[in-house]
Ligand binder design. Sequence first.
Ligand code: NDP
Length: 254
Amino acid sequence: MITPSAYSLAGRTALITGGGTGIGLAIAKCLAACGAKVVLSGRREQPLQTAASEIGELASIQVMDVNDTAAAPALAATLREKHGPIGILVNNAGINMKKPFTETTEEEMLGVFQTNVMGGLALARALHPQLKESGDGSVVFISSMAALMGIPLVAAYSVAKSAVTGAVRAIAVEWGTDGIRVNAVAPGWIDTTMSRRAFEGDPTRKEKILTRTALRCLGDTEDVGWSVAYLCSPAAKFVTGTVIPVDGGASMGF
Ligand code: NDP
C-alpha cells in the first residue's frame, strides 16, 4: 500500500556540508520541511547562524572544514554526542575553478579534488557506523553537469565531479548490505553565487547554456533540495548507486 508518509523524514538527522549557503541551504530547508533535524556545516560561522535561524528549531550548526579529513572521526563522535546518530549525509560542499586546462596547476587540481571528493569521502567513512545504526542510512553527493558532459575551462572541477560518480557506485555496492543507500544529484545550471561567478563577463557562455537547456531557464536551488529530500526518504528505498540529473533537460538534448 502507498502511504502518504513515504516522503517523511521525521525522526531523521542530516548533516549537510556547505549547508549555510546556496544549494546546501536549500537542501537543508527541504529536508527540514520533510521533518528532518538538519546540521548545517561550513567554515564560516556567520552564514551558518543566519541560515539556521531561517530554518528554525530543527536546525543547528557545526563549523568545520571538509579539507581537514584527519578531523573527520572526531567530528563524527562530536555529532553523535550532540545529535544522536546521523542517518543522512549530504556531501554538498564544493568549489569550482574556471581556468584553461593548460594553465591549471597540479596543486589547483588537487585543491579542487580535496574539497569536492576527499572531504566527502572522509565524512562518509567516519559516519559509516552511525549511518548503519540509523537503519535507513542515506548518503547523497552533489555532482554536476561537468561529470556528464565536456565543459570548457573547468577541467579540475570535471575531474573531481566525475570521481564522485565512481565513488557513488563503488560505495553503494559495498554498503547495500548495511542498509545504506548512496546516490548523487547532478544539478544543471542553478542560479547561485557560484554559477553567477562562472557567467561573469561571459554572456556567450550563459546564452549557450540557456539554449541547450530544454526548459530555457536556470534552476532554483530548491529544485535540487527536493530531489535530495526524495533520495533520503523511504520513497527512494530501492534507489541506490545512481546519479539523478536535475538540469531542466540540459544533459539529454542537443
Ligand atoms: P556556494 O559557493 O554557495 O556553496 C558552497 C558551500 O560549500 C558554502 O556554504 C561553503 O561554505 C562550503 N564550503 C566550501 N569549501 C568548504 C570546505 N573546505 N569545508 C566546508 N565547507 C566548505 O555554491 P553552490 O551552492 O552553488 O554549490 C553547492 C554544490 O553544488 C557544490 O558542490 C557545487 O559544485 C554544486 N553545483 C553547483 C551548481 C550551480 O549551478 N551553482 C551546478 C552544479 C553543481 P564556507 O565557505 O563557509 O566553508
